[in-house]
Design a protein around this ligand. Structure first.
Ligand SMILES: [Zn+2]
Length: 392
């Protein structure tokens, strides 16, 4: 049974209907391109004349281009429609140690990428970003830039970073100076929510309505889709499972508490386990640890197994609380899913409540680009609306 909150809806004006139809057509072209006008009418259920008017408008606005011509056994050859690759988006992924600035077209294809060290001071970081953005804008002459999307390892409320324990930036207006200097609209989003958006937008998971995205890196973040909507919560703070203490006497966490889930299940935790087991480790990255494990280093395997057990145990909170159909996991650990995925799955399965059903755990097809893809979707969503607007 679906419940409609009558206090929150209004009767649809003809402009609203036109806007909805336009978004339907734009999304059909995005997901099924190349597609003919006839197929658009057939798939959408809209009249041919309505489709023609909307397509004409989209071509005039350079969202859609025509061509090539299709082949049919008989009759007129249809002209296919597709999105215009000349429209581009600037995507920025800020992480505690490095920041990636990239350019992508409306189909999510990246055409350039630059990585810089993330400055410890947020004002210096914003200055550095503005310099890179202006260089990109200069290089894009002739292309239409639709906006800037930024993924952050923290929570953003009203333009300000309110909670970023691993980035350690103070409360700071990130959007204002960048939007002003670039003359473009800027969308900010938490990294886990950006990954969730990438999964729904580019990962062919639009049919799922209850989905949780777990991002595992320096910390653990979660993006939550409930009944097809992103759960934001008060002050945009929903999804901080990573900071629920599993052991209040455990090691200190960047949030000021102790023994949080991310203290036991993040990349940093695995590196700590490895250091605790050997005095000869030296400075090493999480990727080093993964390659040691791949080469059969027993201590590296044990450290990563311990991390995987804790990841699975923490996911029980998500399963018990939200009962998602799927949990999509993003992070470097998924590169060795064959070794560590079964451990996570075992931990989750062990604690399913009577009557409950364990969710399918899916390692995201992550090439380290999920957050960036999410920033592209963040900007596009403003124009397209999703077929479901999950971040509305
Ligand atoms: Zn914490």
């Amino acid at each position: 049974m679906s419940v409609i909150d009558l206090e929150r809806i209004q009767g649809a004006s003809s402009e609203v209907v036109r806007d909805i139809n336009r978004r339907i057509v734009l999304n059909l072209i995005r997901t099924r391109q190349p597609i003919s006008r006839a197929d658009l009418a057939r798939t959408s259920g809209l009249q041919r004349s309505t489709i023609s008017l909307i397509v004409e408008e989209l071509v005039d606005e350079h969202w859609v281009i025509e061509g090539p011509t299709g082949r049919l056994p008989r009759g007129r050859r249809p002209t296919f429609l597709r999105l215009n690759d000349e429209r581009v988006i600037i995507g920025i992924d800020i992480r505690p140690t490095q920041t990636t600035i990239a350019l992508a077209n409306v189909n999510g294809k990246f055409t350039s990428q630059e990585v810089i060290r993330t400055p410890a001071d947020p004002e210096l970081a914003v200055d550095a970003l503005i310099g890179r953005i202006q260089a990109l804008i200069h290089a894009c002459r002739g292309q239409k830039i639709d906006g800037i999307g930024i993924s952050l390892p923290g929570r953003v409320n009203a333009d300000h970073l309110v909670f970023a324990p691993n980035l350690k930036w103070r409360d700071f207006d990130i959007r204002g100076p960048i939007a002003k200097a670039a003359g473009l609209e800027v969308e900010l989003e938490n990294a886990a929510n950006a990954c969730l958006l990438a999964t729904v937008w580019f990962g062919r998971m639009e049919s799922f309505r209850n989905l949780v995205q777990v991002t595992v890196s320096e910390g653990i973040g979660t993006g939550i889709l409930i009944n097809g909507q992103l759960a934001r919560g008060l002050n945009n703070m929903a999804g901080e499972f990573g900071h629920v203490p599993l052991d209040p006497t455990g090691p200190p966490c960047g949030c000021g508490s102790r023994g949080c889930w991310e203290v036991f299940g993040s990349n940093r935790a695995a590196i700590r386990y490895f250091h605790e087991s050997t005095s000869h480790a030296g400075d090493l990255s999480f990727l080093d640890l993964l390659s040691f494990a791949d080469q059969g280093d027993t201590l590296a395997v044990k450290a990563l197994e311990k991390m995987a057990h804790y990841l699975g145990r923490g996911m029980r909170m998500i399963v018990a609380g939200l009962a998602p159909e799927r949990i999509v996991i993003t992070g470097d650990l998924t590169r060795s899913w064959r070794l560590f995925g079964p451990i996570i799955e075992g931990e989750v399965r062990n604690q399913v409540l009577p009557g409950g059903c364990p969710p399918l755990l899916i390692p995201a097809d992550d090439d380290g680009m999920s957050r960036l893809r999410g920033t592209v979707a963040l900007v596009l969503q403003k124009h397209f609306g999703a077929s479901r607007e999950i971040l509305a």
